[in-house]
Design a protein around this ligand. Structure first.
Ligand code: CUA
Length: 161
C-alpha cells in the first residue's frame, strides 16, 4: 500500500501525540499519585445513627489535627451542636482538618472557599478530604450541587484563628 510522505508524517505525529498523552496519564498515576475520587466508605443513609455519623462533630485528634464528621441534608450541613446551624467550624491557623461528609437524603456538594476541597456528597457514600488551613480568615463552606428550594441557604463557615 502506498502512503504519501506527508500522510506518513501526520500518522507519525498522531501516534507520537497519543504516546505522549498515554505517558502523561501513567506519570500522573505513578509519579503524582493522582486518581479518580472514590468513596472513602459506605454508610446506610436511612440509618446514620448506626454509623460514625450518629453524632456529627468536629474534634481535635491531637496536635493541630482535626476530624470533622458532617451530615449534609436538605438544606443544611450538620457538624454537631457545638458548631451550630449553619455550622461554624473554628480551628487555629496551621490546622489540618480531615472532613468526612455524607448525605442523608439526596446529592449535595461540599466546597470550601480558597481551599482544595470540592466534593460530591452522595447518600450512602462517605466523601473524605484533608485540608490544611494555613492562613487565618473566614472561609465559606457551600453546597455546590443544586439540591432544591433551600440550596442557596445551605452553607457554613470555617473560621481559622
Ligand atoms: Cu445541598 Cu445544594
Amino acid at each position: 500500500m502506498h502512503i504519501d510522505r506527508y500522510e506518513r508524517y501526520w500518522l507519525m505525529a498522531v501516534v507520537a501525540t497519543l504516546g505522549a498523552f498515554f505517558a502523561a496519564l501513567v506519570a500522573t498515576l505513578v509519579v503524582f499519585g493522582v486518581s479518580l475520587p472514590s468513596p472513602a466508605g459506605r454508610v446506610n443513609p436511612q440509618n446514620l445513627a448506626a454509623s460514625e455519623f450518629a453524632e456529627p462533630s468536629v474534634r481535635n485528634i491531637g496536635g493541630n489535627r482535626y476530624e470533622a464528621h458532617i451530615v449534609a441534608k436538605m438544606w443544611q450541613f450538620d457538624a454537631g451542636p457545638e458548631a451550630g446551624s449553619p455550622p461554624t467550624i473554628r480551628v487555629p491557623a496551621g490546622s489540618e482538618v480531615t472532613f468526612y461528609v455524607t448525605s442523608k437524603d439526596i446529592l449535595h456538594g461540599f466546597q470550601i472557599q480558597f481551599h482544595t476541597v470540592n466534593m460530591e456528597v452522595v447518600p450512602g457514600q462517605v466523601s473524605q478530604a484533608t485540608v490544611k488551613f494555613g492562613r487565618p480568615g473566614v472561609y465559606e463552606i457551600v453546597c455546590n450541587q443544586y439540591c432544591g428550594a433551600g440550596h442557596a441557604v445551605m452553607y457554613g463557615q470555617v473560621i481559622v484563628q
